[in-house]
Design a protein around this ligand. Structure first.
Ligand SMILES: [Zn+2]
Length: 416
């Protein structure tokens, strides 16, 4: 299955916003940019919410039918490994092979030796079109990249072949992800990771490296934007080079995880994508659930009451909720409002603290991040939360759609 140039992962924790998300994609088309929706949900999210992979397929198909969408769309088994993939085989046609845990595991020495031999011809200067300076490659560079990443890519090969046996080749799109790790991969490392991906025979159409800087959940990029821009361009150049060198799929592109809400880098990304005529996959997940909360708060009454209750409970269970996401959140606990204070807020105040509008003085990124990981609380409220969503479906949908179109698709693909 062929992944189009621009794809956006529209995660949806509670599987209620598929049509609202698709509305944003339809607006993109009307504005002249073809974006393909990918409904993604990880094993971790399914476990926390208590949902199953089949429900994501049902949601996607229903949204597509409701809006009469004729374009392509995918259902992504997000962040799966050999232990978790089986439950996703039937319902998914996009698989994100997460091998970050295998980074740094010692590779088989024969495999390593063969890899270095095979790629020794790359020693010297790697001149990728579109970047000013050549990337330096020594035999040591190849050795150390292989030591760090060969086991991880080999594991990706195992997972890929497992899925291929079950579904058949070309019946699904493959992503390899290495983003959930502490150390960023350099463009040169990415080049040799792609060499290994090709050696393993994985027809990867997208790859998610760990970029420089912090990609915290649901909030803006934290780091040096010009450094990120330079690295992003080098990654694009390296991918184009690797496609030619190693015979990887022509449409191979970068995947940006925790990609929602990264307003300060979308401009640089857009320019780089245009410069290299490259595609991208932008993964979002929790940003939609936060719009559900904003919608409920805005609706007032029982909607606002549910939103406040979720915050109060989340605050009391801070450690439990934050631990699984420790590497992708940064919360200043001193800047979190107390449950009592929030209890006194009206809808617009709650919404303003939560909505990702950095120019608004009431916006509180700490409040936002805690609620981002607080979806477990909403899941536990069960019907109370879901009925509130149902009751205020219109205002919630409007926020969901507006967020994906204006703050994400427009910012990344269209510009002003
Ligand atoms: Zn991810």
């Amino acid at each position: 299955m062929h992944l189009p140039k621009y794809t956006i992962g529209v995660g949806d924790r509670f599987a209620r916003q598929g049509a609202a998300q698709l509305d944003a994609i339809i607006r993109a088309g009307e504005a002249g940019v073809a974006v393909t929706p990918v409904w993604n949900k990880s094993h971790r999210e399914h476990t926390i919410v208590g949902s199953t992979p089949g429900e994501v397929r049902t949601e996607a198909d229903a949204a597509v039918a409701a809006r009469g969408w004729n374009g392509p769309y995918f259902v992504d088994a997000d962040h799966i490994g050999l232990q978790t993939v089986d439950g996703f085989i039937e319902s998914s046609d996009f698989f994100t092979l997460d091998v970050a845990d295998f980074i740094g595991a010692a590779p088989d020495e024969t495999m390593l030796e063969k890899f270095v031999q095979r790629h020794r011809r790359c020693v010297g200067r790697l001149q990728a079109p579109g970047i000013d300076r050549a990337l330096e490659v020594s035999e040591q560079t190849i050795q150390s990249a292989a030591r760090k990443y060969l086991s991880a890519v080999h594991e990706a090969g195992e997972i890929y072949r497992h899925i291929e046996r079950a579904k058949g080749a070309e019946q699904f799109a493959t992503e390899v992800s290495m983003d959930e790790t502490d150390e960023p991969q350099t463009p040169v490392e990415l080049f040799f990771i792609l060499a290994a991906v090709a050696d393993e025979g994985i027809p990867a159409q997208t790859i998610a490296p760990r970029f420089t800087g912090r990609f915290n959940k649901g909030v803006d990029y934290v780091g040096d934007v010009s450094q990120f821009a330079k690295e992003f361009e080098q990654d694009l150049a390296v991918i184009a080079l690797a496609v030619g060198e190693f015979g990887l799929p022509e449409n191979l592109k970068l995947s940006v995880h925790s990609g929602s809400d990264k307003f300060s880098i979308y401009g640089a990304m857009r320019q780089a994508l245009q410069k290299f005529d490259a595609g991208v996959h932008l993964k979002t997940a929790g940003t939609t659930w936060l719009e559900e909360l904003i919608g409920l708060a805005t609706a007032g009454g029982d909607g606002l009451a549910v939103a406040k209750e979720i915050y109060k409970i989340a605050l009391g269970r801070f450690d439990e909720l934050c631990t699984p996401y420790a590497s992708v959140i940064d919360i200043d606990t001193a800047a979190l409002p107390s449950g009592e204070l929030v209890a006194g807020w009206n809808g617009p105040t709650f919404a303003a603290a939560l909505r990702h509008d950095p120019s608004c003085e009431h916006y509180n990124p700490n409040f936002r991040q805690l609620l981002h990981v607080g979806y477990k609380v909403a899941a536990e409220l069960g019907d109370r939360f879901l009925n509130a969503l149902e009751e205020h479906a219109d205002v919630v949908a409007e926020n969901v759609s507006e967020n994906i179109f204006q703050r994400h698709i427009r910012a990344l693909f269209i510009g002003k």
